[in-house]
Design a protein around this ligand. Structure first.
Ligand SMILES: [Zn+2]
Length: 379
């Protein structure tokens, strides 16, 4: 066991590389097609130290806020091998904890690793025929499909197995989860991310306009309001999205932030028994969808729930009715929920509860939604 309590001082060149990673992280984190709220993580390996994003932090803030946690790479690998807890060896400011995906970043041999919950990648990653569909789209790239595994050491082990025979792999499609791209430096990794995104891009389906007659009845109840993002109505008006969502949970963030079932009501139920039906056993849902009418939001909805809902709609609008999908199994959903939200939900809630945090989150949220939905609207 080494006795040092501080990571080695970085050379000027390495300081620049860390800065590049922070700038790259902020760019990715501000793109709602790639990252929503505090999900996604980035890392760089320098002189045997893995600098990894802290759990619960927003990549979008990575320039103004220090969120990289230094971890001894050899120690992380040893923990993976022995299946023991990965603990930071250095004292950390503000109780930062390394991302739950630290093992995945550690086992990949590339210096820079980017993990995102890309909307386009997710639309492929939930399909049973995803690996076949992507053969042509990703032809010529060194990519692999990783079947769904829980975040942390189980996912890292799956990846380690897959890349053992193909160490040049620098693109991973994570089943029911997202995308990983790697590179020698930030420039190479970002360039590859753009190329993969270009190849995975799907044009979202047009959807019917909302019918506000029934929604207006909901607006009379306190706490319920019309959404300010028009595309959210698709969960009620788009028959394909409704059908898909009735099938279950497609990826962890959906279960963590939006629950295991979508609160989807027929219009008649809204008229007769909205109050009873919208009050869940444990809590009121963050949103409700009304068949053929649209969506209404609970004003108590957190920013993470909102970002996750916006993303879910975008994944749905990129998923064909004919696609056969892999839903998370009951045990997988239970596992996700019991492990505490990718380690991020509690931080989100802390932020959402402080007035300064709310303002800060709102700014990012509004900027992100504006960028994604500029000029977009229902058909
Ligand atoms: Zn993830």
């Amino acid at each position: 066991m080494k006795t040092s309590v501080q990571p080695k001082l970085l050379s000027i060149r390495h300081v620049r590389e860390v800065l590049s990673l922070r700038e790259l992280s902020a760019r990715i984190g501000s793109d709602p097609l790639l990252v929503q709220a505090s999900n996604g993580n980035t890392s760089i390996k320098l002189d045997g130290v893995l600098w990894i994003k802290a759990s619960g932090k927003w990549l979008a803030h990575s320039v103004q806020e220090q969120m990289l946690v230094p971890m001894e790479l050899a120690e992380v690998k040893e923990s993976i091998e022995k299946d023991t807890e990965i603990a930071p060896r250095y004292p950390l400011k503000d109780q930062l904890r390394p991302s739950i995906e630290t093992p995945m970043h550690a086992i990949l041999r590339h210096r820079v690793v980017i993990h995102v919950h890309s909307i386009n990648a997710l639309a492929w990653a939930i399909r049973l025929d995803g690996p076949d569909q992507l053969k042509e789209r990703l032809a010529g790239l060194q990519w692999q499909w990783i079947p769904y595994a829980s975040s942390g050491i189980p996912l890292a082990r799956e990846i380690e197995k897959a890349v053992a025979g193909a160490p040049e792999t620098d693109v991973l499609i994570l089943g029911n989860h997202g995308l990983v791209v790697c590179g020698h430096d930030c420039y190479a990794a970002e360039k590859l991310l753009c190329e993969v995104e270009r190849r995975l891009a799907i044009t979202p389906r047009q959807f019917p306009k909302p019918d506000t007659t029934v929604l207006a009845l909901i607006a009379r109840f306190s706490r319920w309001q019309f959404p300010d993002v028009a595309s959210l109505h698709a969960l009620g008006t788009d028959a394909v999205s409704r059908k898909i969502l009735k099938g279950g949970v497609l990826y962890p963030c959906q279960a963590i932030f939006l629950g295991q079932t979508v609160p989807l009501f027929p219009p008649a139920v809204v008229v007769s028994e909205f109050r009873e039906r919208s009050n869940g056993k444990d809590r009121t849902p963050p949103f409700v969808a009304v068949e053929r009418s649209g969506v209404m939001l609970n004003e108590k909805m957190t920013n993470a729930e909102r970002a996750t809902l916006i993303a879910l709609v975008q994944v749905m609008l990129r998923t064909d009715e004919s696609a056969r999908l892999r839903y998370l199994k009951g045990a997988e959903v239970t596992d996700v929920l019991s492990r505490g939200a990718h380690g991020c939900k509690e931080v989100m809630e802390e932020k959402a509860n402080s007035p300064a945090g709310v303002k800060e989150l709102d700014e990012v949220r509004t900027a992100s939604a504006d960028r994604l939905f500029a000029g977009a609207g229902p058909a």
